[in-house]
Structures are given as structure tokens and as C-alpha cells.
Design a protein around this ligand. Structure first.
Ligand SMILES: Nc1ncnc2c1ncn2[C@@H]1O[C@H](COP(=O)(O)OP(=O)(O)OP(=O)(O)O)[C@@H](O)[C@H]1O
Ligand SMILES: [Mg+2]
Length: 254
């Protein structure tokens, strides 16, 4: 286990707090492990994690991919091949160095046509990149598609995020079933976020998944966001940070 990267990702219905929780995970890892190499990946084309972490993104992985695809379409095969071998180095152009962590935005997914070779190459490059980090935190889009398409084929820690609604727990129940079939993970757990009725927590359950923590609906968290501040600027005693920390302890990340 020692030299292996911990790859942590989140999944759940839209708007349940996946991005907020990912940003909190990154902050807690940076604070706890200042000497470890930490990579945050925004795999949601709607790019939310960059905002939550206060990162200024200038170049996405998709921008790099598109320049390769353009060369292929123009029939410049040899140029494209050259670019492919160069892509490995150009990935680093898309990495943003932040204090204590690196950040990579994936950008838009493929719009049309099949560029399978390019995509699988880039997937491999991401895999290589993951190997040079101790912790990789991936914020995905809502729903089950990224798990279905096996974008996150190998993760070590899969966190299912839900709100207190039946719909939310049903979505993560389905995600667990699909994940069991299609991807590999070592540990799984759930976080119930934006809880307004803590007295009813006992009524919430997800088959075969431990609920690691309940995070209250937190007006201080909302206020921080309204003021345009990142999760890195949240007060240390924030309910969101406390709740995420509890979950990470239970799943042995912290
Ligand atoms: N515990 C909380 N208390 C108050 N507001 C919260 C809490 N968790 C998240 N929010 C707010 O809810 C909104 C949605 O959160 P977030 O963007 O993290 O969800 P998401 O699951 O990533 O959404 P999407 O599916 O669109 O990517 C944000 O405005 C966020 O600030
Ligand atoms: Mg999000």
C-alpha cells in the first residue's frame, strides 16, 4: 500500500455537493500531508472544482487533445504522431501549480466522431500522471456516465455523495451497482450532505454502503461561496470541513 497512489473520487446526483466535498478533501490533504504530492483533477466539463479551489485555468487537457485531433483531420498524420508523443510533455503545460497541490482540468469531452486512439492515449497519460502523485482527487460530473464509460476505471476510494432525499440515495444505490460491475475500487463509503433534519438520520440508508458522515446544511458554507471565496478560505471549524474530515478518517485517508 505504501507507494501506491490513493485515487479518491466522488459520485452522486446533480447538485448534492460533490465539488464542494472534493475541494474540502484537497484542502484537508494539503494541510495534513504538506510533504506529499497531491493532484486535483476537475473531470467535470462544467468545471466547478477550479472555482471551489480558487484556481485560474488557462489550458485544459481537452485543448491539448483538440490540437492533436485537428492535425489528424487535416491529414497531417506524421505531425499528429509527433504530437501524440509530445502530448506526454504537454500534459505538464496544463498542470497548474498551487501551494501544496497541482491542478488539472479535463475540459470538454469529445464532441463528435471517434478519436478512440487519441482518447486512450490520453487516458494512459493521465494514468502515468497519477503514478507520480501520492493522492489524486477526481471531481466528476453528476450521474453514472463517467463510471459507465470507465473514465475512472481504477480508483482506490469511491465516495458516494447524496443529499437526504430518497432520489439521492436511489441514485447512489444505482451507482454502486454499476461500479461493482464496471470498475475497480478498494474502499467505498457514503456522505450525506446538506442535512436539514438530523433527527431523521436513522431513516437514511444505502444497501451495503457505510454512511461515513452526515454534513449539515451550512449557511456559513453558502455565505463563503456567495462572497466569491474558495473552500481554501473557509474557517477551520466549518461544518463542511469537519464532516469531510470525519469521513476521510473512517475510510483511512487521514
Ligand atoms: N453542506 C452544505 N451547506 C450549504 N450549501 C451547500 C452544502 N454543500 C453544498 N452546498 C452548495 O450547494 C451547491 C451545489 O454544490 P456542489 O456544486 O458542490 O454540488 P455538485 O454535486 O458538485 O453539483 P453538480 O452535480 O452540478 O456538479 C453549491 O452552491 C454549494 O455551495
Ligand atoms: Mg460539481
Amino acid at each position: 500500500m505504501e507507494n501506491k497512489a490513493r485515487i479518491i473520487t466522488v459520485a452522486g446526483k446533480g447538485g448534492v455537493g460533490k465539488t464542494s466535498i472534493c475541494a474540502s478533501i484537497v484542502r484537508l490533504l494539503v494541510e495534513r500531508y504538506p510533504d506529499k504530492k497531491i493532484l486535483a483533477i476537475d473531470a467535470d466539463p462544467a468545471v466547478g472544482l477550479s472555482v471551489a479551489l480558487g484556481v485560474d485555468v488557462k489550458l485544459t487537457l481537452d485543448d491539448i487533445r483538440m490540437s492533436i485531433v485537428d492535425s489528424v483531420e487535416n491529414g497531417e498524420t506524421s505531425a499528429a504522431l509527433e504530437l501524440l508523443s509530445e502530448a506526454r510533455f504537454r500534459i505538464f503545460d496544463a498542470l497548474v501549480e498551487m501551494p501544496g497541490f497541482a491542478f488539472l482540468a479535463i475540459g470538454r469531452p469529445e464532441s463528435s466522431g471517434c478519436y478512440c486512439k487519441v482518447n486512450s492515449y490520453l487516458k494512459e497519460v493521465i494514468g502515468l500522471l497519477a503514478n507520480s502523485f501520492d493522492y489524486v482527487v477526481i471531481d466528476g460530473e453528476a450521474g453514472i456516465e463517467q463510471i459507465q464509460r470507465r473514465v475512472m476505471e481504477k480508483v482506490t476510494h469511491l465516495l458516494l455523495i447524496t443529499d437526504q432525499s430518497k432520489k439521492g440515495t436511489q441514485v447512489v444505490t444505482t451507482i454502486k451497482q454499476v461500479a461493482d460491475e464496471l470498475i475497480r475500487y478498494d474502499r467505498i463509503g457514503a456522505i450525506v450532505n446538506r442535512v436539514t433534519n438530523p433527527e431523521m438520520e436513522d431513516l437514511i440508508s444505502i444497501p451495503d454502503v457505510e454512511i461515513l458522515s452526515f454534513i449539515p446544511a451550512d449557511s456559513a458554507f453558502a455565505a463563503n461561496e456567495i462572497k466569491g471565496r474558495s473552500v481554501l478560505e473557509l474557517p477551520e471549524d466549518s461544518a463542511m470541513l469537519k464532516g469531510v474530515e470525519k469521513a476521510l478518517r473512517k475510510i483511512e485517508i487521514l
